[in-house]
Design a protein around this ligand. Structure first.
Ligand code: COA
Length: 185
């Protein structure tokens, strides 16, 4: 299977339904940390639902409406990046990410998202890449900033998560901005 080096022993690889057990073990290691702002641990509650979520992304890949990749550090699955939405006709997509806590603080997600944004813009002709994030999720907002994204605005109290209404910030980068910043990355 192909792998893209992210440096420092980390690799970006496809993450597919046959890897459901490995994926569930990873989510179990990060369940509380990942679940503070995103519902991924809830949709991967057990082996069946973990496989089902991976299958939903295999289906998205087959229809060119989304993509999912895992991040392995020294051979251990520690996180992932994805296109939750991928609209090739409209030239827009929404990227996202997660890590288990032991893998945070090393720049892995920033490097992995750069790889998939490069692919989306340079190979697939995407014009706009979005990043939707709870206004409480400072580490993820910092990723958007490191990627050179701009804050488009905020959807006030649009998302009910674990009984609390969340504001969702929308960040984005456009293809000309991404290319213009290439030399500075
Ligand atoms: C969002 C999330 C992935 C961010 O993780 P992260 O480790 O902070 O992000 P990165 O992998 O890009 O690493 C950046 C950190 O590594 C540091 N770093 C070290 N080496 C680095 C390098 N070569 N390049 C960039 N950053 C580096 C940065 O300084 C930064 O640390 P800081 O925030 O303390 O300054 C993580 O908090 C998470 O999984 N949260 C739960 C799930 C979630 O909320 N997902 C996002 C939904 S919108």
């Amino acid at each position: 299977m192909f792998a893209i080096s992210l440096g420092d022993g980390a690799e970006l690889r496809p993450l597919e339904p046959w890897q459901a057990e490995e994926f569930l073990a990873h989510i179990d290691r990060g369940r509380e940390y990942i679940g503070r702002h995103v519902g991924l641990p809830d949709v991967a509650a057990d082996l069946g639902s973990a496989r089902g979520w991976l299958q939903s992304y295999a289906d998205k890949a087959a229809t060119d409406t989304g993509r999912l990749y895992g991040i392995w550090l020294d051979g251990l699955l520690v996180g992932g990046v994805l296109f939750r939405v991928f609209d090739a006709g409209n030239g827009s997509c929404e990227a996202g990410c997660w890590l288990e806590p032991a893998a945070a603080g090393r720049g892995l997600v920033t490097r992995a998202v750069r790889v998939i944004i490069d692919w989306a813009i340079e190979e697939r002709g995407m014009h706009r890449v979005e990043w939707l994030v709870s206004s409480e999720n400072t580490p993820s907002i910092n990723v958007a900033k490191r990627l050179g994204m701009s804050r488009d605005g905020v959807q006030r109290e649009n998302h009910l998560y674990r009984g609390v209404r969340q504001n969702t910030e929308i960040w984005s980068v456009l293809a000309p901005e991404w290319r213009a910043a290439r030399g500075t990355r």
